[in-house]
Ligand binder design. Structure first.
Ligand SMILES: Cc1cc2nc3c(=O)[nH]c(=O)nc-3n(C[C@H](O)[C@H](O)[C@H](O)COP(=O)(O)OP(=O)(O)OC[C@H]3O[C@@H](n4cnc5c(N)ncnc54)[C@H](O)[C@@H]3O)c2cc1C
Length: 397
């Protein structure tokens, strides 16, 4: 091993989702001329998974393939295709499913989240999910089979709403039933909720709020009141679950298994590990961030900048992020966009209809264009709303 290799600082980024890819591109683009830092991105797929469009994949719609190694080309970052099976924070290594061991000096943990199918008996075995392109394709194949029947969507959060609307629009012969503890769009401004309700009626989606699914069976779901709903297929979108790897590695995690970070996105127990996106529990003035793409990408960029500051012997800056919108697609030609305060509470400003659909499409298409721009101009990715007084943590120095 030569002297240069010994001095090289290895940054390993786990997960090429919105947050992990933001971190890898930002870091690689800023350091491509340096010989002393190497970025390696680990992902099970060569192609970027546009989670924002998985409800489209689930209804048989083609989406553009985006190649991650091609995006990294020219940045000096390495790409390792594989599924992470273990993190050893003592040895500072990561194990991949083909038993390769990757060493790191700094780790960026961006393994995202999935729907919580463990929360209800039978969901893991019998429900479809939008957790990955393969899962979404399985549902598309099922929905494409001839014959009618009922599709139950479990979970009336934003993913459930988008999926129910998409399925109803693409498969009008199927009856779509959307189930949730709350009414769909309960957190939106009444103007936005009224539009959303009308769109679901127009699409023929049967909404049942205030219900609790207690069991998923191969051909039905059981509710807490003892009734059951026959189902040709069940799509589970409720709750979020993160990879168990962080907890198993001894990183401090919250009750949901997310890596608890300090204000600079470093693990509070292992400062050489940064956590980004849905996999991280990140404190803000308004509370702990919840997983979104709009917040996930800035966490990746900020982690990259923090790593570079630490390597330069400086204190990393605190991460501050304020939400600004909640865009919800309602099929291809309709949507509702709720503009929000930095703490994600709804403002009165709402977009609906075709203009909202165009807005949502712009939002969904933006990440890949942002990565490509960041590759050439890293500073272009470092702009996001900081949330003013909403994100200030009073006890922070
Ligand atoms: C249908 C749908 C619509 C949505 N719409 C919006 C929206 O309009 N706006 C918005 O802000 N958010 C939206 N979201 C939420 C958004 O997609 C997530 O918050 C976002 O993907 C989080 O980014 P991330 O990088 O943390 O995780 P992800 O994008 O999920 O990326 C994590 C990556 O880690 C990989 N991974 C996981 N485990 C391992 C492992 N063991 N080894 C290797 N790799 C692994 C996964 O394959 C994945 O590619 C939507 C989600 C869905 C499902």
């Amino acid at each position: 091993m030569n002297a240069t290799a010994v001095q090289q600082h290895e940054v390993l980024v786990l997960g090429a989702g919105y947050a992990g890819l933001s971190a890898a591109i930002q870091l690689a683009a800023r350091t491509r001329k340096r010989g002393n830092l190497r970025v390696t991105l680990v992902s099970p797929y060569d192609t970027f998974t546009e989670r924002l469009r998985l409800h489209m994949t689930a209804t048989g719609q083609e989406t553009t393939e985006m190649n991650v190694p091609e995006l990294l080309d020219g940045t000096g970052a390495a790409f390792v295709r594989g599924w992470v099976t273990a993190v050893d924070t003592e040895a500072k290594t990561v194990r991949i499913d083909d038993d390769r061991i990757l060493r790191y000096d700094t780790l960026v943990y961006g393994l995202g989240s999935v729907a919580d199918t463990a929360a209800v008996p039978g969901a893991d075995d019998h429900a479809y999910t939008l957790n990955s392109p393969e899962d979404a394709t399985l549902l598309a194949d099922r929905l494409a089979r001839p014959g009618g029947g009922t599709v139950v969507v479990g979970g009336a959060g934003l993913t459930g709403i988008e999926a129910a609307a998409e399925i109803a629009e693409r498969h009008p012969k199927l009856q779509v039933v959307l189930l949730g503890r709350q009414e769909p769009g309960a957190s939106l401004h009444p103007k936005a909720k009224t539009h959303l309700d009308a769109a679901l009626v127009r699409l023929g989606v049967q909404v049942r709020g205030g219900v609790e699914v207690v069991k998923v069976l191969p051909d039905s779901v059981e509710l807490a009141d003892g009734s059951s709903i026959p189902a040709a297929a069940v799509l589970w979108t409720s709750g979020t679950r993160v990879s168990p790897l962080a907890r198993a590695a001894g990183l401090t995690v919250d009750e949901r298994g997310r890596v608890v970070t300090d204000s600079a996105l470093r693990s509070v127990s292992h400062p050489d590990v940064y956590a980004v996106g849905d996999a991280a529990a990140i404190p803000q003035g308004y509370g702990v961030m919840h997983g979104t793409c709009q917040g996930g990408m800035p966490t990746g960029v900020h982690a990259a900048l923090a790593i570079l500051r630490v390597l330069a012997g400086k204190e990393p800056k605190p991460f501050r992020f304020g939400y600004y919108h909640t865009p919800v697609s309602l099929g291809r030609g309709d949507a509702v966009v709720q503009f929000t305060r930095p703490d994600d509470s709804p403002r009165r400003i709402v977009l609906t209809g075709k203009r909202a659909a165009r807005y949502k499409e712009t939002v969904s298409a933006a990440p890949w264009a942002t990565f490509a721009r960041m590759k050439k101009m890293p500073a272009s990715g470092a702009l996001w709303p900081h949330g003013g007084r909403y994100t200030r943590i009073r006890s922070a120095k």
